[in-house]
Design a protein around this ligand. Structure first.
Ligand SMILES: *[C@@H]1O[C@H](CO)[C@@H](O)[C@H](O)[C@H]1NC(C)=O
Ligand SMILES: *[C@@H]1O[C@H](CO)[C@@H](O)[C@H](O)[C@H]1NC(C)=O
Ligand SMILES: *[C@@H]1O[C@H](CO)[C@@H](O)[C@H](O)[C@H]1NC(C)=O
Length: 192
């Protein structure tokens, strides 16, 4: 019995060493340029859900359009293949004179041969309060004549690092003469 105890003790030491070594390997896999991190070390503790509501102004008319056609549709029978760059104001209310909270910067393009359906690629660049300088990135499908269109939020920067979620767009007003539109956006994002 007196002889077995030290052997057991050293066996358990070896076992413990192997166990802790494999734990280190599992947590801190090191490939030279990449390693896994505990998210808490960077201050990312608890994910929260936020809702934003604002109005998106697509201004084609006037001297200072925020929405500029870059590529015309190759065929005059459909909108398929056109591309428009935007730097559209985002305001709190539907009226353009209400508070500016940011801009939607990016482009939309005709992506359907059957209906008017757009590929939307844009960053919501906020300037309001603590969100000033932070962005939310949307990339999605926008069949503009549907009453509510849903597009994925695929990421963000600043306060929206690691974000994901969705945006719902609903046309508030559309002027068929000028092409100007005001669209209500409701955006739901998970972020830290
Ligand atoms: C479309 O383009 C064709 C060929 O250029 C032309 O003949 C036709 O009139 C155009 N249609 C419209 C509605 O502009
Ligand atoms: C927008 O606001 C301006 C100034 O406050 C006002 O004159 C105008 O009637 C408003 N437009 C709409 C559509 O409510
Ligand atoms: C947002 O941040 C920029 C750059 O830091 C600053 O110049 C600007 O005044 C800020 N805007 C608001 C509305 O706080």
């Amino acid at each position: 019995m007196a002889k077995i105890l030290p052997i057991l003790a050293s066996l358990s030491t070896i076992f413990f060493l192997i166990l802790s070594l494999s734990t280190v390997l599992a947590i801190g896999e090191d490939h030279g340029f990449g390693r896994s991190l505990d998210r808490k070390l960077l201050g990312y503790k608890k994910e929260k859900l936020s809702h934003f509501q604002f109005y998106w102004h697509d201004i084609l008319s006037g001297r200072n359009p925020s929405s500029v056609p870059v590529i015309k549709p190759p065929q005059n029978t459909s909108t398929f293949g056109f591309l428009t760059m935007i730097d559209n104001p985002l305001t709190l209310g539907p009226n353009m004179s209400s508070k500016l909270v940011g801009k939607a910067q990016g482009f939309y393009a005709g992506a359907s041969q059957e209906e008017v359906s757009l590929l939307m690629v844009m960053n919501f660049a906020f300037i309001e309060g603590k969100y000033n300088g932070s962005t939310i990135t949307v990339l999605g499908r926008n069949p503009v004549f549907h009453s509510v269109r849903e597009m994925p939020v695929i990421g963000g920067s600043g306060l929206f690092r690691f974000s994901r979620g969705y945006a719902q767009a609903k046309t508030h007003t559309f002027d068929p003469k000028t092409g100007d539109a005001v669209v209500e956006y409701n955006v739901y994002v998970l972020h830290y």
